[in-house]
Every structure is written in structure tokens, then in C-alpha cells.
Design a protein around this ligand. Structure first.
Ligand code: F6P
Length: 568
């Protein structure tokens, strides 16, 4: 059962590099010493635990007391962070050093939320000044859309905004819109199209009047095939409805680091918003990639989101590791992953509006830290990124929580909840505390149940028939964090996003990996390009006499061509 899962992963991994360091070995020995210590004992021995193992920053409260750690564990994790030079690596990132070593560039997403007036010079350019110039352009543009002053080709104000992009050019904007839709201007409709499956764009444009529709083509490279295919299809749809190719000028905006390609697509330079090569896709929601967010919630609220991000940046930059919320979360993730052997991490927001947050975190975490070699090009030697997944509570309780409570795998959980829900259906100003109370009661209950479970003795006292006791036992001792804030505001969302960004960075520093590249996605892209070219040749049959691929791929291609023909 659960105890078996908790074998120290460190023992099963190559003891070299990181795992051979004294800081790592100290944690490995400590883990063995802790042995069977469980959360019941840890709480029983320390009545203050629930308030001591906590941290506060940028309007967020983190309770990490329900992790299988004691004061010594936390001290050893802090020592590991120091041994891995976390402080120096944080400074290097904030200062604009080329921390993205495999692409030889800076990762300066923190500059996207630096207040105006600050400066940061990189290669002779004040990047903060550049950021604020673009923010001001975004403000002017989004104001025009919101006030109905930006007119489409047929002289009508824009009422529908469709963001076309994928990965970081979609997940951040889509997540932020969903999270903050309560703040959005309700006479504007928003849709986010990512998938190259034509169904996505078809559904988003169904019943829309092209004359009132604006497409924001978000692509750092302006080269991503899915986005380019959707952008072309959107252009055809727009021209077909409005009967004039010149309509593109009033209905298409581009956000890209490749302005040349955007212009070649037919978007006027003044309708393009720049990105910089020092902004990674998954770290870009505070840049012009967030234009749809700004149009939805307005420039003031967008700047509040930036303020929340900046507050968490400053906390991360300045706070000693022992009380540094993102660093603590990152170190606990390392502990759960590398020492307790957890392979996945559930993110469970008790807020419907955070329904896209787990998907956003999947890219942030797994594209960043799903790496196998260190900055020194040698194998990491220990497990890297956990698999991140989750859906909002309480929905998940009625599907997969059974496994969390009684399954054989260890799944650390992050619970996220708020003191107040968004105003209820009863009316804009009427808050129904009862529904939020019920929601939060479930959050607290789940974290409590995971930690403390239900013992066989307790069940017997309750009079449960002996034969059924084993089925009803919940072992407990399952770790979780709880993050709470007053409300899901733009400021809070900004702080929450950056909490996870820097937790991911902390983990990457411990493993000494580049969390800003993504070479692993290249191979599939190259192969897909080749196969798409093969499929474009109408009658070419892929048979055994001309094997272009392995026998499985060849057979699948033959089957696909056959299925495609049947459709005619
Ligand atoms: O597929 C990987 C990726 O490069 C992501 O890192 C990125 O967010 C996404 O594709 C989209 O890239 P772009 O913004 O250049 O279209």
C-alpha cells in the first residue's frame, strides 16, 4: 500500500552529481531516519505546527504543515538550496544574465512586471522602458476596443475577440480570461483557438459577424504550424464574410517577436505588438501575449495583475529561503518527488474560475522541467519534473479523489481556495457566503482527510463490521499544501502565477537544468512536417515496397488514407 510507494527515490537513482553531494546525502539519510514518521505524529508532537509551517507573501497564505517534513527536513532543504546557489541563480535571472544556457539568452519575464521608472539594461537597451512603451500601446488599443471606438471594416465596433495561438500563446491568456472573467467587460465575447483541428476555429466563429470580430494572432515565432493554419483559415473566413481582402487590416492584430512575418501575413506594422527573445512562451502572459486579457478586464486591472506578479517577484528575490514562499514550494516539490518518490502533483483549485489553471501549470512545469541533462550536459541522475494535473474542486472529489485517498500511489496535492467567492447569480453585489462556505468546507475536509485518514481502530469504535474495516481504512499521511487568499482578483492571480513560476525555477536550480528551453518538442514537430508533406501528395500510397517509416507508422498512414477516402 502507500508505505511501499514511499521508498526513497534517491536510493534507486544513480548516485552521482547532485545525489552524491553532501546536501543531498544528508537529506537521503534524514529521510531514512524519519522512516515511518507520519503526519498524525508530527501534528501530535507539535501543537503549533499548523501555524508555524506557513508563509505569507503578496496577499497569499501558504500552509505547508501537511507535508511529511519536520524542522530538520526544512533546514536540510534550505541547506540544499544554498549548496545549489539558489540565491546567486535568482540574482542572475533577475539581472538579465543568459540563464537560458542552451539558447544563450536571458529569461527576463520578471522585467515584464517591473514598475515604470525602474530600469534594467541588457545589451545597451533599457528593457523596462521598452516593456512600458508596449504596455502603453496595449492600453490605448484595448481602451479603443472596450469603448467601441475601434471600428471594423464595415464601420461596426468590435464585440468578439478571438485569440489564436498555442502553448504559451494560448494557455496563459485563456487561463487569465477564465480566472478574471468576473472582471471582464460583459458585452465583449472572448474565444481562444489553439488546436489545428478545424473544429476549434469553426466553433469559435459559429454565428459570429466578421464585421464585429477581431483576431489576435499570438505567436512568438509567427511560424508555429497550428497557429499559422488557424490564422489563414480565420483570414479566409473574414474575407469570405466581408467580401473584401482589405478587411484584414481592421480585423487582425499580431503579437510576435517576428514582426516581419506578421507583416508578410498582411498585418500592418502599427497593428503588431512586439515580444522580445528574452520572454519564453510559457512565461509570457504579462507581455503583449496578454492583450486579450487587457481588453477583457481593462488596463487598470491588468496593471493590478502585474503588481501582484511584481510583489511576488520581489518577495522571491529578497526573502531568505526559510520564509520564501516559492522557494519553499519548490523545495517541498523536490522532497516529495526525489525523496518520497511521488511521480505526480495534483493542483486542485477550489474556484471554478481557476478551471484552466492546472492546464496552464502543466506547460509551465513540465515544459520547463521535463529535462534529462544538466547545464553541464550530463544526466541529471535524479527524477525531474513531476507530472502536473488537476481539475477544480469539488468536481474532482466525485471522480478521482478515491485514488488520492485509498490508491497505492502517493500524490501530493496543492489546494487553492479563497475567503470570498465571486458574486453569486443572486446579483452583482450580493455574495452568497453559504456556497463559498460549502466549497471551502470541502477543501479543508479533503486536506484533513488526506493527512489524517481514518484508522481501523476508529472504524471499529464506530461499529464497522470487521470484514469491511480494510475497505474503509484511509491510511492518511498524504501530503498537501494549501494556498489561500482573500479573493481571486487580478492582483491575486498575478501573485499565484508567479508563486508557481518561481517554484518551478527553484526546482530547476536544484536539478541544475535549463528550465527555459524546450528542445524535446522539436522532434515531433519535424516528423509532423514530413508526414504532412507526404499526406499532401494525394495518391501516394505508403506500402511495404517504399517504407518511409516504421511498419506501424506506415500501416497507420495507409489506414488513415483509406478512412479519408471512405469519407468522399
Ligand atoms: O511547442 C512548444 C512551443 O514552442 C511553446 O514553448 C510555445 O509556447 C508554443 O510552442 C507556441 O510558440 P509560438 O508562440 O512561437 O507560436
Amino acid at each position: 500500500m502507500y508505505g511501499a510507494v514511499a521508498a526513497p527515490a534517491a536510493g534507486s537513482e544513480i548516485v552521482t552529481g547532485l545525489s552524491a553531494t553532501s546536501a543531498w546525502q544528508a537529506l537521503a539519510s534524514h529521510h531514512v531516519q524519519m522512516g515511518g514518521v507520519d503526519l498524525r505524529a508530527l501534528f501530535a508532537n507539535d501543537p503549533e505546527r499548523g501555524t508555524r509551517f506557513t508563509s505569507e507573501a503578496a496577499g497569499l497564505y501558504l500552509d505547508y504543515s501537511k507535508n511529511r517534513v519536520d524542522a530538520q527536513t526544512m533546514g536540510l532543504l534550505a541547506a540544499l538550496a544554498r549548496a545549489c546557489r539558489l540565491r546567486e541563480r535568482v540574482d542572475a535571472m533577475f539581472n538579465g544574465d543568459a540563464v537560458n544556457t542552451t539558447e544563450r539568452r536571458a529569461a527576463l519575464h520578471t522585467a515584464l512586471r517591473a514598475p515604470s521608472g525602474q530600469s534594467l539594461w541588457v545589451d545597451g537597451v533599457d528593457v523596462v522602458a521598452d516593456v512600458h512603451m508596449v504596455l502603453d500601446r496595449m492600453t490605448a488599443f484595448s481602451d479603443q476596443i472596450r469603448r467601441g471606438l475601434w471600428l471594423g471594416h464595415t464601420g461596426q465596433p468590435i464585440r468578439n475577440v478571438i485569440n489564436i495561438g498555442i502553448g504559451g500563446s494560448d494557455l496563459g491568456p485563456a487561463m487569465a480570461y477564465t480566472a478574471l472573467r468576473h472582471y471582464s467587460q460583459r458585452d465583449l465575447n472572448f474565444a481562444f483557438v489553439a488546436n489545428v483541428d478545424g473544429a476549434a476555429l469553426a466553433e469559435a466563429t459559429r454565428c459570429l459577424d466578421a464585421g464585429k470580430t477581431l483576431f489576435i494572432i499570438c505567436s512568438k515565432s509567427f511560424h508555429t504550424p497550428e497557429t499559422m493554419a488557424n490564422a489563414q483559415a480565420a483570414r479566409s473566413w473574414c474575407i469570405a464574410q466581408l467580401g473584401d481582402a482589405a478587411a484584414v487590416a481592421r480585423h487582425f492584430i499580431a503579437v510576435s517577436a517576428n514582426i516581419e512575418a506578421a507583416c508578410a501575413f498582411g498585418i500592418a506594422p502599427e497593428q503588431t505588438f512586439p515580444l522580445w527573445d528574452w520572454v519564453g512562451g510559457r512565461y509570457s502572459m504579462a507581455s503583449a501575449i496578454g492583450l486579450s486579457t487587457m481588453i477583457a478586464i481593462g488596463a487598470d486591472q491588468f496593471r493590478d495583475m502585474l503588481a501582484g506578479m511584481h510583489a511576488m517577484d520581489e518577495h522571491f528575490r529578497q526573502t531568505p529561503v526559510e520564509n520564501n514562499m516559492p522557494a519553499l514550494m519548490g523545495l517541498l516539490a523536490v522532497w516529495n518527488n526525489n525523496f518520497l518518490g511521488a511521480q505526480t502533483q495534483a493542483v486542485l483549485p477550489y474556484a471554478q474560475d481557476l478551471s484552466r489553471f492546472p492546464a496552464y501549470l502543466q506547460q509551465l512545469t513540465m515544459e520547463s522541467n521535463g529535462k534529462h541533462v544538466t547545464h553541464k550536459s550530463v544526466p541529471v541522475g535524479v527524477q525531474t519534473s513531476p507530472i502536473v494535473w488537476g481539475v477544480p474542486g469539488t468536481n474532482g472529489q466525485h471522480s478521482f479523489y478515491q485514488l488520492l485517498h485509498q490508491g497505492t500511489r502517493l500524490v501530493p496535492c496543492d489546494f487553492i481556495g479563497f475567503g470570498r467567492g465571486v458574486p453569486s447569480i443572486a446579483g452583482e453585489e450580493v455574495h452568497d457566503h453559504r456556497q463559498n462556505d460549502l466549497l471551502m468546507a470541502n477543501l479543508f475536509a479533503q486536506a484533513e482527510a488526506l493527512a489524517f485518514g481514518r484508522t481501523a481502530d476508529g472504524l471499529r469504535v464506530e461499529g464497522v463490521e470487521e470484514a469491511f474495516v480494510p475497505y474503509r481504512v484511509c491510511e492518511g499521511n498524504r501530503p498537501s499544501n494549501t494556498v489561500m487568499a482573500h479573493r481571486l482578483t487580478p492582483y491575486t492571480l498575478g501573485a499565484l502565477v508567479v508563486l508557481y513560476e518561481h517554484s518551478v525555477f527553484t526546482q530547476a536550480v536544484i536539478w541544475d537544468i535549463d528550465c527555459f528551453d524546450q528542445w524535446g518538442v522539436e522532434l515531433g514537430k519535424v516528423l509532423a512536417e514530413g508526414i504532412a508533406a507526404e499526406l499532401a501528395v494525394a495518391d501516394l500510397d505508403v506500402d511495404e515496397s517504399a517504407p518511409l517509416h516504421d511498419s506501424s507508422t506506415n500501416a497507420l498512414l495507409r489506414r488513415y488514407r483509406h478512412l479519408r477516402r471512405e469519407d468522399k
